[in-house]
Design a protein around this ligand. Structure first.
Ligand SMILES: Cc1cc2nc3c(=O)[nH]c(=O)nc-3n(C[C@H](O)[C@H](O)[C@H](O)COP(=O)(O)OP(=O)(O)OC[C@H]3O[C@@H](n4cnc5c(N)ncnc54)[C@H](O)[C@@H]3O)c2cc1C
Length: 537
């Protein structure tokens, strides 16, 4: 019987739980992570790591490990009747990672587990959650073994059949799609492209092939309903048959299929992502079609967003109310994802003769329109997600004289990156935005000398545990009085991206989104707002 109080208990060691555990531990929280399995699973599931997730892995210091394991994919081709019907290039994605990185999910989990172990935390396998009881200051979790764990917070990252969700008695409304799907890793020789995602349109259902290197492709396809369980053993055979049929290419040889299995698609979302001291993240909160490869990516982003809020609240540096923003920010993203993937899947699988007749032409036409291409790229890369007018995001309460943001990035949007000089070295802004503190970019300008100095001194005196001040200027040398990191914006790149026309402040969250901005700086409003969500020291 273990009664030691942990800051956070994570249930489920899939990609979402592992990301959360790494982040919480790196941010100084006491964390435990349990899984009902006896050890790591070989999951033939996700394969695509998209741009925003790659940026997160960079922030976590893991991107090199992922780049070493994965295959960079710069485009998607659509085929019909053995011919390429349309092409979508991904390299216009506005990120350093302007590609899909194809890494099998079990490898992603292995990298995250390795990192977690370096941080001193091991996954506790063979521990199945049975029930949850919460009070005003803690959560008691009962395991199947009879063991009882106590934690200040609990996060259910335990997948589509979440026991945490069940224990909270939360509904998982939605529907099951009436179709059967198959997934397998197939060795295919002679394909014309081995560095793109290939999507085959077919009247009996679509098929996607995701290259894993060495002529091995993860195939995902709609198939005939499996009538009885004896057919399960034939999944490898069925995968090879479908690849040959839907490729429709004489010269291509399907050598073998491994790790094959059938699955069904559900479209569901839970109504609340937070109930008291318990949160849901990843597939426990939303499930949908794997079209577009978004499920794991979305879940990892949830873990990334929740981690800093939870760590700071646990350390009494931010107020409990900050945690309410998790649901406010992420529930609409999940809702949108379920709807979008549902429409896309409907379009690709529809047996409606009219849709089927025009499907290929429609894909060809849409893929030729630049605005559509940009939209699809940004959607896939998950870069267009923002929290404008939601959750913690805050714009100034007044539009005063001289307030001139113009085209600058808004509160709730992803903070743009730019090249600057710091201590004589050229570097990128985002590389400096690490750790669990909020980063305050203070742009220098001609107005009121002494004003910024007073602000920096107050922040250093009373908020240094929660706010990291970064001063941006156009002079090669930092001001004499400055006791903070100085960035020399030698190309005026940050001034342009942040539309800093005069002295202005941008507060950036640890997950890389703009939390608050003001121009000109209104210190009273700024410090009032800061006091609403943070505690001073
Ligand atoms: C064929 C296919 C292809 C896909 N491709 C992609 C893709 O390319 N990109 C993408 O982003 N997504 C993709 N997805 C979706 C992706 O696989 C899931 O979204 C992802 O696995 C969700 O991760 P998770 O950590 O939330 O849950 P899971 O991966 O399901 O992990 C949950 C963990 O919780 C444990 N658990 C469950 N119940 C309990 C309990 N009571 N007590 C303790 N432990 C428990 C389980 O053992 C498991 O280890 C694909 C899915 C499929 C089926």
């Amino acid at each position: 019987m273990s009664r030691e109080l942990t800051d956070c208990l994570i249930v489920g060691a899939g990609p979402v739980g592992l990301t959360l555990a790494c982040q919480l531990k790196a941010f100084g929280s006491r964390v435990r992570i349990i899984d009902k399995l006896d050890g790591p699973a070989l999951r033939t599931k996700a394969v695509a790591v998209w741009s925003r997730t790659a940026e997160i892995f960079e922030q976590m210091g893991l991107i090199d490990r992922f780049l070493n394991k994965g295959l960079k994919c710069y485009g998607t081709s659509f085929f019909a009747n053995g011919k390429r019907a349309a092409h979508l290039s991904l390299d216009g994605i506005e990120s350093r990672y302007n590609f899909a990185l194809l890494v099998p999910q079990h490898e992603t989990e292995a990298i995250l587990r390795e990192r977690l172990s370096e941080l001193g935390v091991q996954v506790e396998y063979g521990k199945r959650l049975l029930s949850v009881n919460q009070s005003s200051d803690r959560v008691e979790t009962l395991l199947e073994s009879g063991e009882s764990l106590e934690s200040s917070w609990l996060v259910g990252c335990d997948g589509a059949h979440s026991g945490v969700r069940g224990a909270l008695d939360l509904r998982f409304d939605g529907r099951k799609i009436e179709s059967q799907w198959i997934v397998a890793d197939c060795r295919i020789d002679g394909l014309p492209l081995d560095d793109e995602v290939l999507l085959f349109l077919h009247n009996e259902g679509p098929m996607g092939l995701f290259p894993l290197g060495g002529n091995v492709f993860r195939m995902v396809a709609e198939t005939e309903p499996v009538m009885d369980s004896s057919n399960e053993g034939r999944a490898e055979f069925e995968a090879c048959r479908l690849v040959k049929l839907r490729l429709h290419m004489e010269s291509v040889q399907v050598q073998e299929a491994k790790n094959a299995g059938y699955f069904s698609i559900h479209e569901r979302q839970v109504e609340e992502y937070k109930v008291g001291r318990v949160f849901l993240a990843g597939d426990s909160a939303h499930v949908h079609s794997p079209l577009g490869g978004q499920g794991m990516n979305t879940g990892i982003q949830e873990a990334h967003k929740l981690s800093w809020k939870l760590a700071r609240v646990t350390q009494w540096l931010m107020r409990d109310s900050v945690l309410e923003s998790y649901h406010q920010e992420r529930h609409p993203v999940g809702e949108w994802l379920v709807q979008t993937t549902s429409h896309g899947t409907e379009m690709l699988t529809s047996r409606n003769p009219i849709i089927a007749t025009f499907r290929t032409q429609a894909v060809r036409f849409l893929a030729s329109l630049p605005p559509v291409k940009d939209k699809v790229r940004d959607t896939l890369g998950e870069l267009e997600i923002n929290y404008r007018d939601r959750g913690l995001s805050k714009e100034p309460g007044f539009i005063g004289q001289g307030w001139r943001f113009g085209q600058g990035v808004k509160a709730g949007e992803r903070a743009p990156d730019g090249v600057v000089r710091s201590q004589g070295q050229e570097t990128r802004l985002l590389q400096l935005l690490r750790g669990c503190r909020l980063h305050l970019l203070l742009f220098d300008g001609p107005a009121k000398p002494g004003r910024l100095q007073a602000m920096v001194e107050r922040l250093n005196r009373s908020y240094s545990s929660v706010v990291n001040v970064i001063f941006v200027g156009l002079d090669a040398e930092a001001p004499d009085w400055l006791d903070a990191l100085y960035l020399y914006d030698h190309n005026r790149e940050l001034y342009k991206l942040y539309a800093a026309n005069e002295q202005s402040a941008y507060l950036i969250r640890p997950d890389g989104y703009v939390l608050y901005r003001c121009q000109p700086i209104d210190e009273v409003e700024f410090f009032n707002w800061l006091d609403d969500c943070c505690t001073s020291t």
